[in-house]
Design a protein around this ligand. Structure first.
Ligand code: GZL
Length: 341
C-alpha cells in the first residue's frame, strides 16, 4: 500500500499495473495543484494540444456534489492542459449513459464519471472500450464482473465511513438501549449500499443499538426533511434516540423537521452524518449534529494526475482511496475556519 500525500493522505491499493492504450500524443497535462483549485500557471502540454475529457457528473443534489464539481472544473482547465466537456445527469442513470455515448462519438481522449448507481454500466463501458477510450471512475464505484472496463477508481471507502459512524454511535450512545432511524442515500448507489453495510457491521455486536426504521432520502435536504417527518409520525419522537443520515444534507433536512416538531436536534434526537461539508460542520459546531465522518470531495487534482498518466500510457493505480477525517462538536469549532468546502 503506497501513500500519496496532498491536501489529504491518499491510500492506494497495490499497484495494479494496467499499461494502457498509448493514445495519440496529447502531451502531458499541466501540473494540477494539490488544494483542489486551479493550477497557478500550470504548464500547457508541450505540443500545445489539450487532453480532451468527457465528464458525466451525478447531479447537483448536495453540498458535497457542488464541492466535487467545483474541484473538477477548477482543475481540468485549459490552463492546466485540458479541454473539459462536463454534463450534469440530474441523478438519472439514463442521462449519464447518454452523456458517455456522446463523449464516445466526440472521440475524447478520456471519459470520467461518478456513477449514480452501481449497476447497469457494462454495455456503455463496452462501447467505450471498443472505441479505445479509457474510463476513470471518480467518487462512486460500479459493480461489474469485468474490472478492465475502467482503468482506475478514485474515491473514499464508504464501508469504512459507515463503520466509523456506527462505532461512534455504539461506543458513545449505545451504553443503554437506543433506537436508530436511518436516512439512506440514493437507492442502489455505492455510498448508500456501503455506508449501510458498514454502519450495521459496527453495531452488530451491541444489543443496545437497534435500527427501527430506514428509508432513502436520496441524498437531498428536501427529501431528508420529508422522510424525517414520516419517521416522527410512524415511530413517535419518544421512540427515536438517534438519526444516522448517509450525508449531511439529509441530516440538515431532518433537523428542520425535528425543530418543526418542537424538539431539539443534537439533544432530543442525536444525529450522526457523513460528508463534513460546510453547512454540516456548522450544524455540528452549533450542537445540532453530534458527529460527522468526512467524505472528501476535492478529487479534481488526483483525477487530473490519473488522466495525464493514462494519456501518457503510464501505469495507474486501479484503486485510489481518499482518506477521510472525522469530527465531534469540539473538533468542528476548531476546523471550520480552515475548511475548503
Ligand atoms: C460520496 C458521494 C455522496 C455524498 C453525498 O462520495 O457520492 O453523494 O455523500 C452526495 O452528499 O450526494
Amino acid at each position: 500500500m503506497t501513500r500519496i500525500t496532498g491536501p489529504r493522505t491518499i491510500r492506494t491499493s497495490a499497484l495494479v499495473g494496467a499499461v494502457l492504450l498509448a493514445l495519440s500524443a496529447c502531451g502531458g497535462g499541466g501540473e494540477a495543484t494539490d488544494d483542489g483549485s486551479a493550477a497557478a500557471g500550470g504548464g500547457a502540454p508541450a505540443d500545445g494540444e489539450l487532453i480532451s475529457v468527457g465528464f458525466s457528473q451525478v447531479g447537483a443534489e448536495s453540498g458535497w456534489r457542488a464541492a466535487n464539481t467545483q474541484s473538477i472544473q477548477d482543475t481540468l482547465t485549459e490552463e492546466n492542459g485540458f479541454e473539459l466537456s462536463f454534463s450534469d445527469a440530474q441523478q438519472r442513470q439514463e442521462n449519464q449513459i447518454q452523456a458517455i455515448r456522446s463523449y464516445i462519438a466526440q472521440d475524447v481522449d478520456v471519459i470520467a464519471f461518478s456513477p449514480v448507481v452501481e449497476t447497469g454500466w457494462d454495455a456503455v463501458l463496452e462501447e467505450a472500450a471498443a472505441a479505445e477510450i479509457p474510463v476513470v471512475l471518480t467518487d462512486r464505484a460500479v459493480d461489474t464482473p469485468n474490472e478492465d472496463l475502467y482503468v482506475s477508481f478514485i474515491g473514499s471507502d464508504f464501508v469504512e465511513e459507515g463503520e466509523r459512524a456506527g462505532a461512534w454511535v455504539s461506543e458513545n450512545l449505545g451504553t443503554e438501549p437506543i433506537n436508530v432511524v436511518e436516512l439512506q442515500g440514493t437507492t442502489g448507489s455505492a455510498p448508500a449500499n456501503d455506508r449501510k453495510e458498514g454502519f450495521e457491521s459496527a453495531i452488530a455486536d451491541n444489543p443496545n443499538v437497534t435500527i427501527t426504521a430506514s428509508q432513502t432520502g436520496n441524498f437531498t435536504r428536501a427529501e431528508g426533511r420529508t422522510v424525517m417527518e414520516g419517521f416522527l409520525q410512524s415511530e413517535g419522537a419518544e421512540n427515536i434516540d438517534v438519526l444516522f443520515a448517509h450525508n449531511d444534507d439529509m441530516g440538515l433536512g431532518a433537523i428542520e423537521a425535528i425543530e418543526a416538531a418542537g424538539l431539539v436536534p443534537g439533544e432530543d434526537i442525536q444525529i450522526v452524518t457523513i460528508d463534513a461539508v460546510r453547512d454540516g460542520m456548522q450544524a455540528l459546531a452549533d450542537g445540532k449534529i453530534n458527529f460527522i465522518v468526512e467524505c472528501n470531495p476535492l478529487l479534481g487534482p488526483d483525477l487530473a494526475d490519473i488522466i495525464t498518466s493514462v494519456v501518457a500510457g503510464e501505469e495507474v493505480e486501479k484503486r485510489i482511496v481518499v482518506e477521510d477525517q472525522e469530527f465531534d462538536q469540539e473538533a468542528a469549532v476548531e476546523a471550520l475556519p480552515d475548511r475548503q468546502y
